[in-house]
Structures are given as structure tokens and as C-alpha cells.
Design a protein around this ligand. Structure first.
Ligand code: SAM
Ligand code: SF4
Length: 366
């Protein structure tokens, strides 16, 4: 049975652990209508924010070297926002013009029964776009329930097809499960699956063409992401393998690339089509061609901290507004407006002023 994306069903469609829902009730009670400010989230630079990235956990079953340390200490599970708390915050955010959310982490599929959250979000009519970014290790188990719950946009991170380099990069042996997970996602019916690869000089060069060939053959849209200074390891600009270098390699070894020129104002990727008509590739040139001037994103960490930039040094704690007998809608509204208004022009990691956030990527939500 296929479930229409916007229709909330009353019964779970997969074996459900009752502890997954702390209140056990779907859907949530209506929010008060008169207790909060509304209005779009426009910052001092005129950027309208309609996109919220939500981390659902800081835990992960991989340990990518560019993202997190091996010996990381995770948040206590009780510190994480519940699905109801996340949904309540999103329902406040949609009053301010948020229409797109992306679930991420850590590894979001480490959060038990994630399809329940997807169902809860698909029941919010103002949300037009719900996506998930995953490392794919658990997709073989969860692709079908996620699709059934209404998820349609799926990004799977895969930096290399080579088993040894996968092990080196992720410090785990899960390459085969990621490949199985990608097939499971396709079989579940996801219309377009994106594969994301972080590009690091001295490591990624040998993976670019094999990844591109694989994605062309499988019908996945490939995105390369320039390596950013947000992980546990020391970052140097010299380690950034630039989008233009990658494009040159692909044009030389596969087929000429034609800019699609259709980059939506807020989309971080520049898209290119292969001249032979088979597939496309995107470049997220966060370092050499930052998209900060068009950034439309806010972020919510797994334990409820609102951030206005991946590289923000300040954050607002939303959890106290959620963990009371009656959620403080007005305070959450004010936090959203304040966070947006205090957003800076852009990250500074191309300058000497750059200060690295104390959180690494896995604890923010990429
Ligand atoms: N665990 C999931 C995954 O890997 O897709 C979701 C969270 S992960 C933090 C989200 C994305 O951030 C992944 O595509 C990952 O490759 C990317 N990422 C992590 N650290 C990065 C870095 N230092 N520079 C660029 N991208 C990074
Ligand atoms: Fe985990 Fe994703 Fe970070 Fe890799 S990039 S360690 S999969 S959170």
C-alpha cells in the first residue's frame, strides 16, 4: 500500500516500539493561534529564510575523519528533542515562512523509528519539501518505511566506492551496506536519489571518475562538496579539492559538462549535464564559491539549539520553551526572528578572522 505524502495515517506501518513516541499520540494538538508573532524570517541582508535543517541525533555508525573524532562523547538520549518537540517547533517555524525541512545528524537513521517523525512532518500542510541526508548504512532497513511515511527527497553520502578507502575515510566497514541501502532506496520508489561526496585533495582524486561512472550507470545525481573546516581534524585550504578541478577531471575523462544554469537562488549546488545526455553532476563549492549571499537556512541541533549558520558561534536554546506544561510559542517565535536578524553576512573561513565553532559537524547537522 502506498501512502500519499500529505496524508497522515493513524496506525504505524512497521513494527513500532511504543517508546518511540513519548506521548503516544498522533497527530499533535493544535497550536494556539494568537500567542505568537508571525512574519517572514528576513535578515539584515534581505535573505528570506524558508529552510530548516533539523538534526535528530548526534550519534553515528560511521566516524568520517572530516566530520567527527573517533572517541566522541554523545549527548545523553534524554537531552535530544522528542519527535513531538521537533514537530511543535516546526509548526511554529512554518508560521514564519519555513516551507522546507531536511532531517540530518549525526546519522538520522540511528534515531529509532524516524519514519514516525516523517509522518508527523508530512501532516504539516505548509511544508512543501521534506528531505533526509543519510550515510545509507541503515537504508536497507528503513528506505521502504520512510517512503511509505511520505519522504521523497533522499541524499546519501558516499565518498568512495573503494572498500579500503571507504574504511580509511569512515573508520568503519560498512561500504557494502551503503550500496545495498542505495538499491533499497531505489526499490522503495524514491524518484531521485542524490549521492554526496566530500572532496579532499590527496584522497578524492582517484574516486571522482569511478563515482561519476557509478552514478551515471545507476541514475543517481552526484554532488561533490568542497571540504570545509568543521570537522575534528586540522583543516588547511590546500586540502580543498575545488569544484573547478573536479569539473575538469570529469570533462576530460567522462564527457564534456554543460552548465544547466538553473541553480535556484537558494540551492547550494551548481548543476552540470554531461554533453552525451547521460546524467548530471552538481558542485557545492562552499569554499571556492560560497553561497552565503543566498543562504536561506536555519538549523536546529538534536538537543534543540537554534543556529543561523553552520559556522555560527552563538545559538539559542529552544528546549526550555518546549519542555514545559504548555510550549512557549511566543518565545520560540521570538527566537526564530532574533536568530535570523543576527545572522552574519557569511562564513569567514577564507579569512584570518575565522573562528572554528566548538561543535564538529556531527553535532550541528550537516
Ligand atoms: N550522517 C549523515 C551523512 O553523512 O549523510 C548526515 C549528517 S552529515 C554531517 C551531512 C553531510 O555533511 C554529509 O554529506 C557529509 O559528507 C558532510 N560533511 C561532513 N563533514 C564535512 C566537512 N568537513 N566538509 C564538507 N562536508 C562535510
Ligand atoms: Fe557520520 Fe555523516 Fe559525520 Fe560521516 S559525515 S561521521 S556519516 S555524521
Amino acid at each position: 500500500m502506498r501512502i500519499p505524502p500529505r496524508q497522515l495515517i493513524s496506525l504505524p506501518i512497521w513494527p513500532l516500539d511504543a517508546t518511540a513516541l513519548s506521548s503516544g499520540s498522533l497527530p499533535l494538538a493544535p497550536l494556539p493561534t494568537d500567542s505568537a508573532a508571525t512574519g517572514e524570517l528576513v535578515d539584515r541582508f534581505g535573505r528570506r529564510h524558508d529552510n530548516l535543517r533539523i538534526s535528530v541525533t548526534d550519534r553515528c555508525n560511521l566516524r568520517c575523519t572530516y566530520c567527527m573524532p573517533e572517541d566522541v562523547v554523545f549527548q545523553d538520549r534524554s537531552a535530544l528533542l522528542t519527535f513531538e518537540e521537533i514537530t511543535t517547533f516546526v509548526r511554529v517555524a512554518v508560521r514564519h515562512g519555513i516551507t522546507k525541512v531536511r532531517l540530518t545528524g549525526g546519522e538520522p537513521l540511528m534515531r529509532r523509528d524516524l519514519p514516525i517523525l516523517v509522518q508527523m512532518l508530512t501532516a504539516i500542510p505548509e511544508l512543501t519539501d521534506i528531505g533526509l541526508t543519510t550515510n545509507g548504512v541503515l537504508l536497507d532497513r528503513w528506505a521502504e518505511p520512510l517512503f511509505q511515511a511520505g519522504l521523497r527527497r533522499l541524499n546519501v553520502s558516499l565518498d568512495t566506492l573503494d572498500p579500503a578507502r571507504f574504511r580509511q575515510r569512515t573508520r568503519r566497514e560498512e561500504r557494502d551496506r551503503v550500496l545495498t541501502g542505495l538499491q533499497a532506496a531505489r526499490q522503495a520508489g524514491f524518484p531521485q536519489i542524490k549521492v554526496n561526496a566530500v572532496a579532499i585533495r590527496g584522497e578524492t582524486e582517484q574516486d571522482i571518475v569511478p563515482l561519476a561512472r557509478f552514478c551515471r550507470a545507476q541514475g543517481f545525481a552526484l554532488r561533490f562538496i568542497e571540504y570545509m573546516p568543521i570537522g575534528a581534524e586540522p583543516w588547511e585550504r590546500e586540502k580543498v579539492l575545488s569544484a573547478s578541478e573536479i569539473l575538469a577531471m570529469l570533462s576530460r575523462d567522462i564527457a564534456p559538462l554543460v552548465p544547466l544554469g538553473d541553480r535556484a537562488d537558494h540551492a547550494p549546488a551548481d548543476r552540470f549535464a554531461y554533453a552525451d545526455g547521460i546524467g548530471e553532476v552538481g558542485m557545492i563549492a562552499s569554499v571556492t564559491h560560497p553561497f552565503c549571499t543566498h543562504c536561506n537556512r536555519l538549523r536546529l541541533t538534536a538537543e534543540g539549539k537554534l543556529r543561523n549558520c553552520l559556522f555560527a558561534l552563538d545559538e539559542i536554546d529552544i528546549k526550555p520553551y518546549l519542555r514545559r506544561a504548555s510550549p512557549d510559542i511566543a518565545a520560540m517565535s521570538t527566537a526564530l526572528v532574533h536568530s535570523t536578524r543576527t545572522k552574519w553576512a557569511g562564513h569567514t573561513f577564507n579569512t584570518t578572522e575565522f573562528v572554528k565553532p566548538t561543535r564538529t559537524m556531527h553535532a550541528i547537522g550537516g
